[in-house]
Write a protein that binds this ligand. Structure first.
Ligand code: TXA
Ligand code: MG
Length: 369
């Protein structure tokens, strides 16, 4: 297998609103030469390669240690490029594209004949999205070709929302990172399957179910895959098997390096349960991290835990944008366990709950009295 050791990973600061032309051209030259480049999108940082160069695509899998069974999203900068990638494009796709592109919506469409099977993991469907980050758009245009890009983290780790997160996972494994500061949305794009009988969300993300239904009323919500405690092992086995037909849907996909216990219920019940668990663990000498919202801070002030607030619980956009940074910050604080509250499922809440559930290995502790 190809070796990919870069003595240095270059980090170039790029203006998030008006990207410097020289920096974009430099990155595009690397991509043209068959290299990979990390770039910001409005959701998370992506690890990109020219979608039509199989040898370059291969480098993505090597850098991330990602299995080839997990297909990639192809990023475009204009709707006409859809024709390069997909065939038999349904009318719904056009409506969704004009409503949400550029933006955090990925459409699963019938694969066009030119799309390498490395991109689609051998499937006859392809995932396409038009990001709205000016740096991503400028890079795609400068390359003159669609860019295939997964999130720029090591496989199984939390997606990166800053260049520092990328460095922590991929330093020495990629030649270049374009750094435009923190990503705005903070969770990945919504993946919507338009090849199923009814359009169905495979991964909730930056565009909400409610927003999609305003354009295409019969969009189906993602399948609930919550695990009851003692069924955990069995379900995880099944999830691994399912991953082959429904790639990327493994429950442990976003697992942080530290075990996370996820609580769900009323705000008061979650708080009480977390405090009780915290005290037990502290009595055993454990270092505990707590992932909560601003409204919980008072309750944990004197707790002795490492506390990270994701922001205002009533503002899901705020919680989403802080989520992956919060998980990584607690990992970096070397806590032995993370105790985390849940959030309402309206709007971006569905994506927040999905990522937390995955970080918890699919297990949720119901605490409603
Ligand atoms: O926001 C995002 O979507 C970010 C940024 C970089 O654009 N990208 C991202 O890529 O999250 P990745 O590879 O981490 O996640 C892509 C998801 C996976 O769950 C994958 O299984 C799914 O999209 N996917 C890709 N192609 C698919 C296909 N043909 N059918 C079903 N799912 C597909
Ligand atoms: Mg990913």
């Amino acid at each position: 297998m190809l070796q990919q050791d870069y003595t240095r990973t270059e980090v170039i600061t790029v203006d998030a609103v008006r990207p410097e032309v020289e920096s974009i051209e430099y990155a595009a030259r690397l991509l043209r030469a068959g290299e990979v480049v990390v770039f910001p999108t409005e959701t998370v940082y992506g690890l990109g390669a020219d979608a039509f160069q199989p040898a370059a695509l291969e480098r993505i899998f090597i850098a991330k240690e990602r299995p080839h069974s997990d297909p990639l999203i192809v990023h475009i900068a204009d709707e006409e490029s859809l024709e390069l990638l997909a065939i038999a494009i349904p009318e719904q796709a056009r409506r969704l594209a004009s409503a949400f592109w550029p933006g955090p919506l990925t459409l699963i469409l019938p694969r066009g004949p030119r799309v390498p099977y490395l991109v689609t993991a051998g499937l006859e469907t392809v995932a396409v999205r038009m990001p709205r980050h000016p740096v991503a758009l400028a890079l795609i245009r400068a390359l003159g070709s669609p860019i295939a890009a997964p999130s720029a983290n090591r496989f199984m780790h939390v997606s990166p929302t800053t260049a520092q997160h990328v460095l922590a996972d991929l330093a020495g494994r990629v030649p270049l990172i374009l750094d435009s500061g923190p990503c705005e949305v903070g969770v990945e794009s919504t993946v919507l399957d338009l090849c199923a009988q009814k359009p169905v969300i495979l991964r909730p993300g930056g565009i909400s179910l409610e927003a999609l239904r305003a354009v295409v009323p019969d969009v189906q919500p993602p399948r609930q895959r919550k695990i009851i405690e003692d069924a955990l092992l069995k379900e995880n086995e099944q999830a691994t098997q399912r991953a082959h037909q429904s790639p990327g849907q493994m429950l442990t996909h976003y697992a942080p390096a530290v075990p996370l216990l996820l609580y769900d219920g009323s705000v008061e019940s979650m708080r009480a349960a977390i405090l009780a668990e915290l005290r037990q663990r502290q009595a055993r000498g454990e270092r505990v991290g707590v992932l909560v919202a601003d409204e919980d801070l008072e309750a944990f002030k004197q707790s002795g835990a490492t506390v990270y607030s994701l922001g205002n619980a009533a503002a899901p956009a705020q919680i989403a944008s802080a989520l992956f940074n919060g998980l990584r910050a607690l990992e970096d604080a070397h806590v032995q366990v993370i105790l985390c509250r849940n959030f309402a499922d309206r709007g971006l809440g569905l994506a927040i709950r999905d990522r937390l559930l995955k970080a918890a290995g699919g297990r949720v502790i119901e605490v409603n009295a």
